[in-house]
Design a protein around this ligand. Structure first.
Ligand code: AP5
Length: 209
């Protein structure tokens, strides 16, 4: 099954996608991770993307569409995948219709107030990619999975978070109506407990499989 996670920054797209992809043995395709790796590796794409990402702005559509076109052509996508963070604009969604058949769009809905709290407290592992909230860490600054020192994402700085939320409401939220009109959207309350959200999504996937 080919799926999309749609939702604002901090809604839990990455958290849920990791768990679901593991359960279904399909790849999680996170455009944020792909871009952050490109920056880390100093590629041309990374150099183009960096200033947009640091400011909480969207990277230009043509760069993202090229990334997705190349990624979806790889063998591991043959049995399904989850797109985490793509599409994020109507032109990206229109371009995707020419690249892939999407079966289901999973929308996670969370209020801005909760999102600001989640993102300002998020810590990530630069080595293995694990994600935490400071409230879960009991004062520790190390990754529970691999022991590396946790970091705060640059775009989780408070003023950048507000900008990312504005960008989401202006440019990405219209995708909800886009996919609703195609009968592909399922909505979830992303403010619920992580495992509860996971169980609801797995049930929805099961009934659509
Ligand atoms: P990206 O990396 O995709 O960031 P994002 O969409 O802003 O999403 P996040 O990773 O911040 O949030 P998430 O929903 O995955 O939440 P998470 O699971 O981590 O994109 C970064 C940038 O790249 C963009 O700003 C843009 O510049 C660029 N970009 C990427 N794709 C692009 C595209 N298609 N077009 C143009 N530009 C693009 O959870 C957040 C926190 O909440 C964690 O601490 C987690 O532990 C906690 N949490 C999760 N679920 C729960 C729960 N149920 N209850 C309590 N806490 C929870």
């Amino acid at each position: 099954m080919n799926m999309i996670f749609l939702g604002p920054p901090g809604a839990g797209k990455g958290t849920q996608a990791v768990q679901i992809c593991e359960a279904l043995n399909i790849p999680q395709i996170s455009t944020g991770d792909i871009l952050r790796n490109a920056i880390k590796n100093g590629t041309e794409t990374g150099m183009k993307a960096k200033s947009y990402m640091d400011a909480g702005q969207l990277v230009p559509d043509e760069i993202l569409v090229a990334i997705i076109r190349e990624r979806l052509a790889q063998d591991d996508c043959a049995n399904g995948y989850i797109l985490d963070g793509f599409p994020r604009t109507i032109p990206q969604a229109e371009a995707l219709e020419g690249i892939a058949d999407i079966d289901l769009v999973l929308e996670l809905n969370v209020s801005d107030e909760v999102l600001i709290n989640r993102l300002s407290g998020r810590r990530v592992c630069p080595a293995c990619g694990a994600t935490y909230h400071v409230n879960m860490l009991n004062g520790s600054t190390k990754c529970e999975k691999c022991g590396a020192e946790l970091i705060q994402r640059k775009d989780d700085a408070p003023e950048t978070v507000l900008n990312r939320l504005k960008v989401y409401h202006d440019q990405t939220q219209p995708l909800i109506a886009f996919y609703e009109a195609r009968g592909k959207l399922k909505k979830f309350d992303g403010a619920k407990d992580q495992q509860e959200v996971y169980a609801e999504i797995m049930e929805a996937i099961g009934t659509n499989a």
